[in-house]
Design a binder for this molecule. Structure first.
Ligand code: PBG
Length: 309
């Protein structure tokens, strides 16, 4: 009876697996703050993509981790056609073709030696417009590598429009933009710093949203839609379900939510201590995110959960 009258149902086809691939390693490297998640080698990434597809997962969101000595102030490795993310996109495409939606993080923080999502001006501040030029180049190389969807996550003003133009002008009209629309300056990104070997000192408060605010997220939303976003995202998920519900009510494009590294770590850590029932907690968080209005959920548990559904 409960099954019959349930108002919210999860389905593998709305799950997206975020995955990290690291350059120059022979074995996958465990991420200590995210038990069960690794930095993949090119080989194990291919396997993870196949497993996700076999479980019915809809898509994979790829993050590249370059070798330390390839990081520089401009994040050059992010636009190198042979940079780790571009190579990984080609690998996954060769492995699963169009059977998984292949998505890529479009941001400089994995590639800059200072760890910021953009390039800096002479005073060390993130230079919004100079960063947009870098994002346009990134969009092109990621699309050239065969990605289906780019995910600009740097929160620069005007990023969606610039990326849409760059894609259109380089013959990549079919590549979609999943805009990180309401992305909050959150403590819950902590474990992600380890996952991508980030060099960031400080924080991203000058370009990510203030957790106290709703209106600025709705403003970001209208700007992203006007600039051509095909899908929009709210991130993190659990502390921002109100934002997710508001966004979902007010748009006519698909809405994604990202259950981020710290949300994952929180459940895994409590479960490892025997303090909560891990499997129930995972399903409950995902159900809550879906109930709040997400059409798609990025979660590090995607493959595991898809197998159970
Ligand atoms: C930026 C980016 C971040 C995440 C996804 N893209 C980090 C940040 O903004 O600080 C976080 C994802 C997670 O924590 O799981 N490239």
């Amino acid at each position: 009876m409960r099954r019959m009258v349930a108002e919210t149902r999860l389905h593998p086809a709305e799950l997206i697996l975020p995955a990290f691939v690291r350059e120059g390693i022979g074995e996958p490297v465990p991420i200590s703050a995210m038990p069960g998640v690794v930095q993949h080698t090119r080989d194990t990434l291919r396997k993870a993509a196949v497993e996700a597809r076999e479980a019915g997962v809809a898509g994979i969101m790829l993050f590249g981790v370059p070798e330390d000595d390839k990081k520089d102030a401009a994040g050059t490795a992010g636009t190198d056609p042979d940079g780790i993310l571009q190579v990984a996109i080609r690998d996954v495409k060769a492995e699963v073709g169009d059977e998984l939606v292949i998505m890529s993080d479009l941001c400089l923080d994995e590639y800059t030696d200072h760890g910021h999502c953009g390039v800096l001006d002479s005073e060390g501040r993130v230079d919004n417009d100079a960063t947009l030029e870098r994002y346009a180049e990134m969009a092109q190389v990621q699309a050239d590598a065969g990605v289906h969807v780019v995910g600009p996550s740097g929160m620069m003003d005007g990023q969606v429009g610039v990326i849409r133009d760059a894609l259109d002008q380089t013959g990549h009209e079919d590549v979609s933009v999943l805009a990180y629309t309401a992305k909050y300056a959150s403590a819950f990104y902590g474990p992600f710093r380890e996952a991508v070997g980030s060099s960031l000192q400080g924080d991203r408060k000058t370009y990510q949203q203030d957790p106290a605010n709703v209106r600025e997220s709705l403003r970001e939303l209208s700007l992203d839609l006007a600039e051509g976003a095909d899908m929009v995202m709210v991130k993190p998920a659990l502390p921002y379900l109100d934002i997710l519900a508001k966004v979902a009510e007010s748009v006519d494009v698909p809405v994604a939510a990202y259950q981020i590294s710290g949300e994952y770590a929180m459940v895994e850590a409590a479960a490892a201590n025997g303090w909560i029932d891990r499997d129930r907690a995972i399903m409950e968080t995902l159900t809550g995110i879906k109930r709040a209005g997400a059409n798609m959920i990025l979660t590090y548990w995607a493959t595991e959960v898809a197998r159970q559904l």
